[in-house]
Design a protein around this ligand. Structure first.
Ligand code: FE2
Length: 218
């Protein structure tokens, strides 16, 4: 996809739910680090990192009143949120995006290894590889993002998150994906990403040719 289009969509996602801005860039960085660790080729890195940046693009189509609602969601509201992989995929198809990595990541990033994910309930090998690996990244970042109610931050939150990932290996997550992520983290390769815009300061207003989009592929 053209980087300017990716940038525009990322801005639209961020405008919809401000808390996702820094999350977007961290998951792009984790994705790239994992792909480099397995020596993926540049074309794959380019596509998967674009997919990572756009994973929640379907949230553009979810009403803000539901997305940013404080407190507990009703079952009906949760069902609407659970449609974002479907609306995101449909949006990409409507834009003539054909790259399978991008489409798969957006469409299947909330599936679970044990089949209890959404929206399709696919399990283990039925879920495309990129989505299985991305699910681990997305969960780790959700568990280590600075939140008002969270007491643990930084490495302490990360240590806790790694325990959670390992507990979920084989149920929630692909065990191989957890192993790779945990190995990289424990070797120190991902620590800098953990703290990337994770101190509550607003993320800078990048333009398409600046660092944030330049992080995506060649
Ligand atoms: Fe999502």
């Amino acid at each position: 996809m053209d980087p300017a289009t990716v940038h525009q969509l990322v801005k639209a996602i961020e405008a919809k739910d401000l808390s996702t801005a820094a999350h977007t860039w961290r998951v792009v960085l984790y994705s790239r680090a994992m792909l480099e660790a397995v020596r993926a080729d540049q074309a794959t890195i380019h596509a998967v990192t674009q997919g990572a940046a756009l994973h929640d693009v379907g949230k553009i189509d979810i009403p803000s009143a539901i997305l940013t609602k404080p407190g507990r969601l009703s079952p009906e509201e949760f069902a609407v949120i659970q449609q974002h992989p479907v609306t995101g995929y449909a949006r990409m198809v409507a834009m003539d995006v054909e790259d399978q990595h991008i489409l798969d990541l957006i469409r299947f990033h909330h599936e679970r290894w044990d089949g209890l994910g959404y929206p399709y309930g696919l399990k283990d090998g039925e879920i495309p590889l990129v989505a299985r690996y991305f699910a681990v990244i997305d969960a780790f970042d959700a568990m280590t993002s600075v939140r008002p109610y969270r007491h643990e931050v930084g490495e302490q939150a990360a240590a806790h998150a790694l325990v959670e990932l390992r507990n979920g290996a084989g149920t929630r997550y692909d065990p191989d994906a957890v192993r790779l992520f945990a190995d990289l983290f424990e070797r120190g390769s991902l620590t800098w990403i953990l703290n990337y815009f994770n101190d509550g300061t607003p993320i800078p207003d990048f333009t398409p040719d600046e660092s944030a989009v330049a992080l995506i592929g060649p």
